[in-house]
Design a binder for this molecule. Structure first.
Ligand SMILES: [Zn+2]
Length: 464
């Protein structure tokens, strides 16, 4: 139970499951530095351990690996897939960055090379296998069996990559936590997609088309994408777009600025690069779109220029949108417009992109057109150009409403974790911010001078 007399609005279960708050963002926005509140948020930032087993295999008639005493033939594999490669742009770092720190694949293990009981000629790839032949699924099963035969417990791993010591194949099972690769595809640009398939990611597209691999700013369109060269692994990136991150529960929703679709809005929002760890806002959620800023460095070092991207999502796929001038990567001065007759219409304008400070400034202007009812003094029927009864909300009020939304999430979590004192302190922070903005004065003695302790706790109704 809580010590407030009215129940807080319940968050839907899925929001609880993926709940994340970036303490710095939330606290900065409230201009408060209460360590208790900050600690509450920090304590809730969980990571999911997701180790993969990489089984390196060879066909019976493949040349035997040359064994040089003291040299690990799979050293490169270990660097690429496991914590051994810390400090490089390897797969552990990729999934950490693409999940805003949520996914930890650092426990991945490389084993092999194991020999599977088939000759190379028996492999038919993506075709139907005849007698004595194996297809992709067959090689995956053979890799699993080889690992089990070597006393490896497959159940300790979240996923499996069967990797040909020589040439094999490249594919991933969507939602299946399984992939095939080989000596020619030990590349984060490609493995990000194949292992990403395992978590449920599908190929990305561009708006107005149903062709796959059409978003060159996204991992799920490699190798038709803006990859960058890398000294360790050859080719890295690009990273995932914000919708692909969100669809996997990886986007830090505490760093998403939401524009209420029911209210007019005129806001300037500063975004940091999507895959940075924070504290800047990572995306803007407006209409059905997510707006993100991509800096031309790290995973995105191969993109043509630092730019703002807009995506929508449909049926587990992201779709890249074009700006008003037809280009997909928006730079300063470019706009994305979404107009509809009723409901919210908005324009997103890129005001500036500053690579030195790693920030993009975006202006959102949203109008909400409501059906007009006949009234005296207004032409009826209204002309097509009539915006309807549009109400303009003071931007300070809009900002405050967003703050209230953030705190409502935080409060629901502190309530769920049974921390009434923290909940009261959070309410105090919020009330203080409301006081500041409403009175436009700095309140400095708020906590000391005002008690949120309830005068009496409402008694539970007696049974019967
Ligand atoms: Zn694919």
């Amino acid at each position: 139970m809580t010590t407030v007399d009215r129940p807080l609005p319940e968050l839907p279960a899925e929001e609880h499951e993926h709940f994340e708050l970036d303490p710095a963002t939330t606290i900065d926005r409230a201009r408060a530095t209460n360590p208790v509140i900050q600690g509450l948020f920090t304590g809730l930032l969980g990571t999911q351990t997701s180790p993969w087993l990489i089984v390196v295999v060879r066909f019976e008639d493949d040349p035997r690996p040359v064994h040089i005493p003291g040299v690990d033939p799979l050293a490169h594999h270990r660097k690429l897939f496991t914590a051994t490669g810390a400090g490089t742009m390897n797969m552990v770092r990729y999934f950490r960055d693409m999940s805003h720190g949520k996914l930890n694949t650092g426990g991945s293990v490389v084993v092999g090379p194991f020999t599977i009981g088939y000759d190379r000629a028996a492999y038919v790839g993506n075709s139907a296998p005849g007698p004595g032949q194996i297809d992709r699924g067959g090689v995956l099963a053979a890799g699993r069996a080889a690992a089990t035969a070597h006393q490896i417990d497959l159940s300790s791993y979240a996923g499996i990559v069967v990797c040909g010591y020589e040439l094999l194949d490249l594919c991933g099972w969507v939602g299946g936590m399984a992939a095939l690769c080989d000596s020619h595809s030990l590349v984060p640009s490609l493995l990000g997609q194949e292992m990403g398939h395992g978590y449920g990611l599908d190929h990305s597209r561009v708006d107005t088309s149903t062709e796959d691999y059409q978003d060159p700013w996204d991992t799920m369109s490699t190798a038709n994408a803006y990859s960058a060269s890398d000294p360790d692994y050859g080719s890295i990136g690009p990273g995932l777009n914000a919708w692909n991150m969100r669809m996997r529960g990886w986007l830090n929703e505490g760093r998403v600025v939401r524009i209420d679709p029911m209210q007019p809005a005129h806001r300037e929002i500063e975004l940091g690069p999507l895959h940075d760890a924070g504290p800047a806002a990572a995306a803007i959620d407006v209409g059905e779109y997510l707006i993100e800023f991509r800096m031309a460095d790290r995973w995105d070092a191969g993109i043509p220029r630092s730019a703002v991207l807009v995506h929508r999502a449909e049926a587990n796929r992201s779709y890249l949108m074009a700006g008003s001038d037809g280009s997909h990567d928006l730079v300063a001065g470019a706009r994305f417009e979404h107009q509809q007759f009723f409901g919210p219409s908005f324009t997103a304008t890129v005001e500036s992109i500053d690579e030195a400070t790693r920030r993009a400034r975006i202006r959102i202007d949203q109008t909400v057109r409501r059906p007009r009812v006949p009234q005296a003094g207004v032409q009826w029927p209204p002309p097509i150009s009539d915006p309807g009864p549009v109400e303009i909300v003071d931007p300070r009020v809009a900002q405050l409403q967003e703050l209230v939304g953030r705190y409502r999430q935080a409060l629901a979590v502190s309530d769920r974790y049974g921390a009434p004192q923290l909940l009261l302190r959070a309410l105090g922070e919020l009330a203080e911010e409301v006081g500041r903005q409403a009175a436009d004065t700095e309140v400095t003695t708020f906590h000391e001078g005002y008690s949120f302790e309830p005068k009496s706790v409402i008694a539970e109704p007696a049974p019967g």
